[in-house]
Ligand binder design. Structure first.
Ligand SMILES: NC(=O)c1ccc[n+]([C@@H]2O[C@H](COP(=O)([O-])OP(=O)(O)OC[C@H]3O[C@@H](n4cnc5c(N)ncnc54)[C@H](OP(=O)(O)O)[C@@H]3O)[C@@H](O)[C@H]2O)c1
Length: 357
């Protein structure tokens, strides 16, 4: 592949660049997963390929990863260096200036990134850098970074929060016994895993049926019941009012009741409030409604080794009358968690064209 000035190169990946990108991804994941901004990591390499600085983004309103990394270097020290960043440097004036301009001003010779920024406001940093004479290389470790940032990237592409539906079921797909009792189908390890996922979500959402049946607190807690550092905002949907003494009314991150059934409007409102990930722990009615509307991006299903039989199925009618109309899913993982099984699946991906980014 020829190196044309002003163009973004396809990867011709040196092992040291992959190692640097893997490190940048580790750094990225130190940042919070629940804010409106993506988790981003950056490593600065000198001409000999040695790491001279690193940084990561700590959430909306704080320096971007590239700026955080460069801040560790004296003026001029990044001249001729390579910046390895998990996400295409931004090209917009948000609360901080465009990273493309910061990198140009620092005099870096090369910028390597994994994934293009799909958000309309921030995209174009790669092209700006290339136009400024920087050697720009995109796509290094793209599958790994794409997977790690799956939720944020999905939300940026769809311009609504990424939605995960979680339920716990018996091996025969029941989420409650015939009398409605459902606490606790799964064991301690699975419940701890759920709290970990709650603690990385922007919001946790249920229908009024779950509030009335179970009075859940919808908080993220550790094994001793103590609140985790981050609490997702609690959201309840439905016309029936949330009782005055409901536990969710005392949620430490606050709660919002949407008295209706317009799922698109609720997700749009949450998006405008800066929420990028929604963890749905409702019952079969709300989860089925979201599935029918094509609004679930990931299913996390805990299967306990017990049989309940009876009518309390995980999902209602999805409008699937024949097998050919089933909602096809891609299996992401199937893992034993303590005495239970956790299955993660996503609606089958349509072929993705880079032009969509
Ligand atoms: N095992 C598990 O993982 C698990 C998890 C959660 C719940 N559960 C069990 O599930 C049962 C409760 O089930 P559920 O289905 O009643 O709870 P749900 O799905 O959480 O709540 C259903 C309610 O959501 C509201 N809603 C808002 N928008 C809607 C829309 N677009 N479409 C349909 N409904 C909408 C409606 O409330 P209004 O009628 O007020 O308008 C509806 O009645 C309980 O037995 C609970 O223990 C089990």
């Amino acid at each position: 592949m020829s190196e044309t000035s002003g163009a973004i190169r396809e990867p011709a990946v040196a092992p040291d660049l992959e190692a640097a990108m893997a490190h940048a991804l580790e750094l990225a994941l130190r940042g919070p997963a629940w804010t409106a901004n993506p988790q981003v990591g950056c490593v600065i390499l000198d001409a000999a390929g040695r790491v001279i600085a690193e940084g990561w983004h700590r959430g909306a309103g704080t320096p971007h990863a590239e700026v955080a990394a460069l801040s560790h270097l004296p003026a001029g020290a990044a001249a001729g260096a390579t910046a390895v960043v998990t996400l295409e440097p931004c090209n917009h004036n948000g609360r901080t200036g465009p990273c493309s301009e910061t990198l140009l001003a620092a005099g870096v010779a090369r910028v390597v990134y994994a994934v293009s920024d799909p958000s309309a406001e921030a995209a174009g940093g790669g092209a700006r850098l290339a136009a400024g004479g920087v050697d720009v290389q995109a796509g290094v470790l793209a599958p790994e970074v794409e997977e790690a940032l799956h939720a944020w990237l999905t939300s940026a592409r769809l311009r609504r929060p990424h939605v995960t539906a979680k339920w716990a079921a018996s091996l025969d797909g029941r989420i409650a016994a015939a009398d409605g009792s459902s606490q606790w189908i799964t064991g301690d390890a699975a419940r701890a895993d759920v709290h970990r996922l709650r603690g990385s979500a922007g919001a946790i959402l249920v229908g009024s049926g779950t509030v009335l049946a179970d009075d859940p607190s919808l908080t993220a807690r550790d094994a001793d019941g103590a609140l985790l550092e981050h609490q997702p905002h609690a959201v309840v949907l439905g016309r029936r009012p949330v009782p005055e003494d409901a536990a969710v009314r005392r949620h430490p991150a606050g709660f919002t009741a949407y008295p209706g059934d317009d799922l698109h409007a609720v997700l749009a409102d949450l998006w405008h409030k800066g929420i990028r990930t929604v963890f749905v722990e409702g019952g079969p009615t709300i989860v089925s409604a979201l599935a029918r509307a094509g609004l679930i991006d990931e299913f996390v299903v805990y299967l306990a080794p017990l049989l309940l039989g009876g009518p309390k199925l995980a999902l209602d009618d999805l409008g699937v009358g024949t097998l050919a109309h089933a909602l096809p899913l891609d299996l992401v993982s199937a893992e034993r968690i303590g005495s239970d099984l956790r299955v993660v699946a996503r609606p089958r991906a349509l072929p993705h064209s880079p032009e969509e980014d």
